[in-house]
Design a protein around this ligand. Structure first.
Ligand SMILES: Nc1nc2c(c(=O)[nH]1)N[C@H]1C(S)=C(S)[C@@H](COP(=O)(O)OP(=O)(O)OC[C@H]3O[C@@H](n4cnc5c(=O)[nH]c(N)nc54)[C@H](O)[C@@H]3O)O[C@H]1N2
Ligand SMILES: Nc1nc2c(c(=O)[nH]1)N[C@H]1C(S)=C(S)[C@@H](COP(=O)(O)OP(=O)(O)OC[C@H]3O[C@@H](n4cnc5c(=O)[nH]c(N)nc54)[C@H](O)[C@@H]3O)O[C@H]1N2
Ligand code: SF4
Ligand SMILES: [Mo]
Length: 898
């Protein structure tokens, strides 16, 4: 056994992991005590990394399709990349460089990013290179640049621990940045008088730590921040000396916020005046004020304005550049920061430069040894896919992102991908929605197999190291790009020495870092070897530095031309899409604790479905009652763009009038193109970040009386692919995994009438539910049929259709591997369980590490147990801690009389 220190591939906290492996297989993963981001901690996702990534779901070989109606066939790398270079060269010859585009990802490593960027801007000569960070961080980029002059989060994780007053806005960090939340929890436990304000329309697990939760009306954050500033000015709690010495534009802002009186703000935001006063007094009184924010601010048509209105509060109070203070945007993806640094949004260039700035273009062109860089502005994600659909983009390269799941307005994205003459998808997993559209599928090495660097939320650069080899012929992203680029060079510029002669990620890093020299982020002093020697480092880190920089702007000098920060005075604007009588509910979307985005990786570990098993639309009980709906019932949720059929979940943490659907469920897990078929692509005018958090929807009942439940153990990926195809023929289809040691696939379907016997026979044949070991029952007149396969007395597969009463009981028998033969005669009966037996309702796993269910914890709470006793008796919450906020909430809910 060997151990390799690397970095977690999920969120922007950027935790260090220790990978235990034998050179071929990863056995376990633990937190790296030496990594400054996590000091040994991991969350429920990081600690289960070794359970994910089922090889059967991975892309092993390049595959090429030679005609839209044909299937892809395996090719070798030489054939794949030569073909790609030929198609790109021909497209550029015929239609110009802007007829090709790249859509890449904040999950690429800095070296991957740099190679894509250099390829697009120099060799091809287009700015059509955008990344999924457009959906994620682009409003924060605009926010920082407008207020502070550069896209640089000025704080450190230690500030989270040291701050006396924290404002957490539009961030569910208990689930999305769990290890930081653990650090905050520990600091709050030590110092309970630390004030924490959470601003979120939902009562999330993050609210568990809040002294004050402002459940504002979605989209109204700008008014709230202006309202706070109004009160701070009124109460003389602003820092006039700081404003005079270090900022510009205060007068204009002061006169704008005069109008944001407590009465107006309370009405606009749907909060109480008293709460607004309380929040303002805490911010005004404190020694150190820190704000943390994420998608609740960024993913909005007012995303940039929200960012700047929040930064205004820090500038007005002088709460920036000192311990425990500052505006700290939490980055989503592990290398969203690296993408911004390498200039991998269409409007940027490497080293925090702008593509629209002629001087910046000139600097980069000189560095790259080319005459000039393209002037034509590049397309940003939403516009890019519109251009693809309109036929203006004729070759599209997608890498490390799954737009056919994660982009808003999915109908458009699927049409675009189907229309585009040549689509390259560079992916680690073949199972994603986007892979179906690949004309050329390039298998990528993934976490644990590749090397490079990533920058986390606190500007800290870590070395990502490989432990094992990639499966099949999969290759590292940078190496695919450079190999392609060398082929395209030979075709476009024969005889020229290659600009892409990179044969290791360290070489790419060394060339790239020169582009940061003299810029605000300057990390020209770093190298892979130095990071190995000193440990992960925070930028700036120039050639004369010995240690990374913990905090920016400590001297009050900002990255603007005159060194002064800029107040931004903008009014609250209306959402792009509001509710009306046809679409009276506001749809909010976001993360679950244990899933990652489109679930290509987390969706391979059955254990990670224990907390939330299937797609459900969360709705306030009053909204359910008003529609005469029951918890768990199938409903139709429709927006102006599309609709989905799925179960509804009664959720008191929602505010009436608002519904919530996790973003993870794509077309693979939920028929109908998944969550984003509902969302809109209206975007912020400056950042072009789409308003993914707010869309108008309606919820109506559906009549789908014929229901079916299927469970099949083993060979999960093969069954998934085949069953998902057949499942398309039902009106409702939800897929998921269950179990821990023995994973099984479950498929739930519903339809208006019973499907053909032939369809059911096809399903049975796929699942071997048609052999001698299968118990069967058929009543064609009533549309009921059942199949249960036993192996050594134990259930290994089952299908209940038309009548599914025994579903939960049979499932619990499967789970417990019960072989009691006396029960067999009940298997096909129309009862939920034999008399006296437990129906076996599926139970949510609250603690994933220790496998502790909701009902056990509830029973403990009923016996009067508090958190410490629950931890002691069941072990829940003692490992990664991700479930602790939920357990606390269960305890406090139980304390409130019904
Ligand atoms: N478990 C898990 N963790 C992740 C990820 C994941 O997929 N799974 N993805 C990572 C990535 S890429 C990202 S970007 C981050 C996202 O991290 P977060 O932004 O924290 O997560 P979300 O759930 O998308 O949204 C946060 C909150 O914004 C709230 N919100 C919605 N509208 C508004 C509004 O108008 N105002 C305010 N103030 N709040 C609003 C929502 O109710 C939600 O609770 O998570 C990262 N971490
Ligand atoms: N409704 C709604 N939609 C949203 C959001 C929301 O809050 N609500 N959030 C948005 C945000 S913030 C984000 S960041 C996006 C995320 O959306 P996506 O970028 O689509 O998210 P992932 O599913 O993580 O896609 C990454 C892909 O890269 C693949 N992959 C993994 N490792 C590697 C590798 O090393 N190389 C290559 N080439 N591929 C690899 C994975 O299999 C996966 O398919 O979703 C956005 N969409
Ligand atoms: S908080 Fe969890 S998901 Fe994020 S980097 Fe750390 S271990 Fe990975
Ligand atoms: Mo993100």
């Amino acid at each position: 056994m060997k151990q390799t220190a690397s970095t977690c591939c999920y969120c922007g906290v950027g935790c260090g992991v220790l990978i235990d492996h034998d050179g071929e297989k990863i056995h376990t993963v633990s937190g790296d005590p030496a990594h400054p981001a996590n000091l040994g901690r991991l969350c429920s996702k990081g600690s289960t990394l070794h359970l994910t990534g089922d090889l059967a779901a991975r892309a092993h070989y390049p595959e090429l399709r030679l005609g839209k109606s044909l299937a892809r066939a395996r090719v070798d790398w030489d054939g794949a990349l030569s073909h790609a270079a030929e198609v790109f060269a021909r497209t550029i010859d015929e239609h110009g460089p802007d007829s090709v585009a790249f859509y890449i990802s904040g999950q690429l490593l800095t070296e991957d990013y740099y190679s894509f960027n250099k390829l697009a801007r120099t060799l091809i000569g287009t700015n059509n290179i955008d990344s999924n960070s457009r959906l994620c961080m682009s409003s924060a980029v605009v926010g920082y640049k407008r207020s502070l002059g550069a896209d640089a989060p000025p704080c450190s994780y230690t500030d989270i621990e040291q701050s006396q007053c924290l404002l957490i806005a539009g961030s569910n960090m208990a689930w999305a940045h769990p290890v930081l939340f653990r650090r905050l929890e520990a600091a709050k436990a030590e110092q309970p008088d630390k004030r924490i304000i959470v601003i979120d329309p939902r009562r999330t697990d993050t609210c568990e730590i809040a002294d004050l939760h402002l459940a504002l009306r979605p989209g109204t954050d700008v008014a709230l921040f202006h309202g706070l500033l109004h009160l701070l000015i009124e109460q003389r709690q602003i820092d006039h000396a700081f404003i005079a010495a270090h900022t510009d534009g205060f007068e204009a802002l002061q006169s704008l916020v005069e109008r944001y009186t407590p009465a107006l703000v309370a009405a606009e935001c749907g909060i109480s005046e008293a709460d607004l006063h309380l929040a303002a007094s805490w911010i005004g009184d404190t020694q150190s004020f820190l704000s943390l924010w994420c998608m609740g601010l960024n993913q909005s048509s007012a995303g940039s304005a929200k960012n700047n209105a929040l930064i205004n509060l820090h500038l007005a109070t002088g709460q920036i550049g000192k311990v425990g203070s500052g505006p700290f945007s939490l980055t989503g993806q592990p290398n969203a920061m690296g993408g911004r640094e390498t200039g991998s949004l269409s409007n940027l260039l490497p080293g925090h430069r702008d593509a629209a700035n002629p001087e910046h273009r000139r600097e980069v062109a000189i560095y790259w040894g080319v005459d000039n860089l393209p002037e034509q502005p590049g397309l940003s994600a939403v516009d890019l896919f519109e251009a693809v659909r309109a036929g203006r983009i004729k070759a599209l390269w997608v890498a490390c992102t799954n737009p056919a799941q994660s982009m808003p307005n999915q109908q458009l994205i699927h049409e675009a991908l189907a229309t585009c003459p040549f689509v390259i998808v560079q992916e680690a997993f073949t199972t994603t929605e986007t892979c179906s559209y690949a004309d050329l599928l390039l298998p990528a090495a993934s976490w644990g197999e590749k090397e490079g660097t990533v920058t986390n939320s606190e500007r800290r650069i870590s070395h990502v190291r490989p432990a094992i080899g990639a499966p099949g012929e999969a290759r590292a992203d940078w190496s695919i790009v450079c190999d392609f680029a060398r082929r395209l060079e030979r075709r476009l510029l024969p005889g020229r020495p290659s600009q892409f002669a990179f044969y290791s990620p360290a070489e790419l890093f060394d060339e790239y870092k020169g582009l940061t020299r003299g810029r605000d982020l300057d990390y020209s002093g770093l190298s892979h070897a130095l990071i190995d020697r000193l440990g992960p480092q925070q930028w700036p880190f120039n050639a004369s530095t010995e240690q990374g920089t913990e905090r920016l702007y400590t001297d009050g000098r900002f990255a603007t031309a005159n060194g002064r920060a800029q107040f931004i005075a903008e009014h609250l604007t209306e959402l792009k899409e509001t509710t009306d009588s046809d679409y009276p509910l506001l749809l909010n979307t976001g993360r679950l604790r244990d899933q990652w985005h489109g679930m290509s990786r987390t969706g391979t570990a059955a254990q990670l479905f224990g907390h939330v098993e299937l797609a459900q639309l969360a709705m306030h009980p009053d909204d359910l009652a008003a529609r005469d709906l029951q918890d768990g019932q199938l409903i139709r949720v429709s927006s102006r763009r599309g609709e989905l059929v799925l179960p509804v979940l009664a959720e008191p943490a929602q505010r009436p009038g608002q519904v919530f659907l996790p973003m993870h469920w794509g077309d693979r897990f939920l028929k109908g193109l998944g969550c984003n078929v509902l969302t809109q692509n209206g975007y912020d005018p400056l950042s072009k970040q789409p308003e993914l958090k707010q869309s108008g929807v309606q919820v109506t009942p559906v009549q789908l009386p014929w229901e079916s439940f299927l469970l099949i153990e083993g060979d999960v990926q093969r069954h998934f692919a085949a069953l998902r195809r057949l499942g398309e023929r039902f009106d409702y289809l939800g897929m998921g995994l269950i179990g821990r040691e023995r994973p099984a696939l479950v498929m739930r379907t519903a339809a208006a009438t019973a499907p053909s016997a032939a369809l059911l026979a096809e399903i049975d044949s796929l699942c071997s539910l048609d052999d001698a070991s299968t118990m069967r029952y058929d009543d064609p007149a009533s549309g009921v049929s059942k199949r249960i396969r036993l192996s050594e007395g134990r259930i290994t597969a089952l299908r209940l259709s038309g009548e599914t009463l025994a579903r939960d009981w049979l499932r619990s028998l499967w789970q417990s591997a019960d072989t009691d033969a006396s029960l067999h005669r009940w298997f096909l009966a129309p009862v939920s369980a034999p008399p006296g037996a437990d129906v076996g309702r599926p139970d949510k796993t609250v603690c994933n590490c220790m496998n502790v269910s909701e009902s056990r914890i509830c029973a403990g709470i009923e016996r009067g147990m508090q958190l410490d006793q629950l931890k002691q008796e069941f072990g829940c919450g003692t490992q990664c801690g991700s479930c602790v906020p939920e357990i606390k909430r269960m305890i406090s809910n139980a304390a409130v009389p019904a």
